[in-house]
Ligand binder design. Structure first.
Ligand code: SF4
Length: 401
């Protein structure tokens, strides 16, 4: 089988492994037809050329979900509650700061604020929240929100997205986490998130942010019934914007979780589909620096395998996570385990901060951290008992202030 330039699959893999650009059609051919090992070897060759130090990274952060009240009602979402629903909640600033303090105590360098589209939360809410966090914890990077929240807050406040981005950036937002991308292609996006902004609009807002000096990551939720061609089209849409802006630092594919949502898990991506997508993404994104494997949604084994398929980052320990956990993601880990997963994949583990820099390189196991308090889901309203902090009182934290 060959592409439209006459290259067969093995020529195409060599071309991409050498740093050549592949077309969406070629990416689709590799995704569906390339032998798995050869595909992985080509993606790993790209990873090795980009990162000859053989380092793969993780970070410590906390997802703070400030409200589950949302007017957008995405069909894949198990986290939100409609306004006035009895199970709706919002955290006040004091509670958000308390959670930031705990995160700092556990060594977090980043906070990911993520929440519903609350009908009352305009730009002013985010300005005051970000300012309060930065005033109290200037050491925390605010890698938060995404184009969907920007579109919503701008609408609530009656301002342009440019103004909304500029104001929350000035108040302390460091970069956008890129949530809300789901799948950007119109057909499947309309099916799973009919009230969300279009994929084109999501990209326009990210492009505006990049133009205003606010970088982001780009994400992809796989497995809600999209075709293989639509998976590759999602990558194509991001790569085209990246050619213009260079503002996407990392690409983070993850898999749809099937519980407690309207889609009811009728479709799901298999582990093999996920791993092939990771490898193709590494080959296709010649213009995106980093590729992150998702251990949270696919499990630690699959997460570790991504290290052999082009990924150079294993994401966060996630001291708190509620959104994906509400939909059934049950995987848990801790700092020591993430280090071990990376090391036994043949990489040198390093803790990074939000913007790439290595905080600690774990090049000697004898110097590995031994603090087993740095665990995923230390706190989570999505877990019975509220997470480890409540179910294991021995993990009670000292006062961070
Ligand atoms: S994914 Fe986000 S926007 Fe969609 S319903 Fe859930 S909280 Fe609301």
């Amino acid at each position: 089988m060959s592409d439209d330039t006459g290259r067969d699959i093995s020529d195409l893999l060599q071309h991409a492994a050498d740093g050549g650009r592949i077309s969406p059609g070629e990416a689709l051919l590799l995704y569906t037809d390339a032998p798995f090992h050869e595909l992985g070897e080509a993606a790993d060759a790209v990873r090795r050329r980009r990162y000859p130090d053989n380092i793969a990274t993780y970070l410590i952060d906390r997802n703070i979900n400030y409200t589950n009240v949302c007017v957008t009602a995405c069909k894949f979402c198990a986290f939100y509650r409609a306004p006035k629903h009895a199970e709706g909640w919002s955290h006040d600033t004091e509670e958000i700061l308390r959670r930031c303090g705990e995160a700092v105590t556990l060594g977090a360098t980043q906070i990911m604020l993520q929440g519903g589209h609350h009908p009352d939360y305009g730009v002013e809410y985010y300005e005051s929240t970000f300012k309060a966090i930065k005033d109290n914890y200037p050491q925390l990077a605010l890698h938060s929100l995404g184009a969907s929240e920007v579109a919503h807050m701008a609408k609530v406040s009656g301002v342009t997205v440019e103004e909304a981005i500029s104001r929350i950036h000035a108040a302390g937002l460091d970069s956008f986490a890129g949530a809300g991308a789901e799948i950007l292609v119109a057909r499947p996006r309309t099916v799973i998130a009919p009230l969300k902004e279009s994929g084109e609009r999501w990209l326009e807002i990210m492009e505006t942010a990049h133009g205003l000096g606010v970088e982001s990551t780009a994400t992809f939720m796989m497995g809600t019934g999209e075709t293989n061609a639509e998976r590759i089209e999602h990558l194509r849409m991001i790569r085209d914007v990246q050619d213009r802006t260079g503002g996407f630092r990392s690409f983070i594919p993850w898999t749809y979780q099937p519980e407690n949502n309207h889609l009811k898990g009728r479709t799901q991506a298999t582990s093999l589909e996920y791993l092939r997508l990771v490898a193709v993404a590494r080959l296709f994104f010649d213009n995106v620096a980093h590729l992150q494997g998702s251990w949270l949604t696919t499990g630690k084994d699959v997460g570790q395998l991504t290290m052999h398929l082009g990924a150079d980052d294993l994401g966060s320990v996630m001291l708190e996570e509620n959104v994906v956990s509400s939909a059934g993601a049950k995987h848990r880990s801790n700092r020591m385990e993430l280090i071990e997963l990376i090391r036994t994949a043949g990489r040198i583990p390093a803790q990074r901060v939000t913007r790439d820099r290595h905080l600690v390189v774990h090049d000697d196991p004898a110097n590995d951290p031994v603090d087993d308090h740095v665990v995923s889901h230390f706190a989570s309203t999505a877990l019975p008992g509220g997470g480890l902090a409540k179910s294991h009182p021995e993990l009670k934290l000292i006062d961070a202030s």
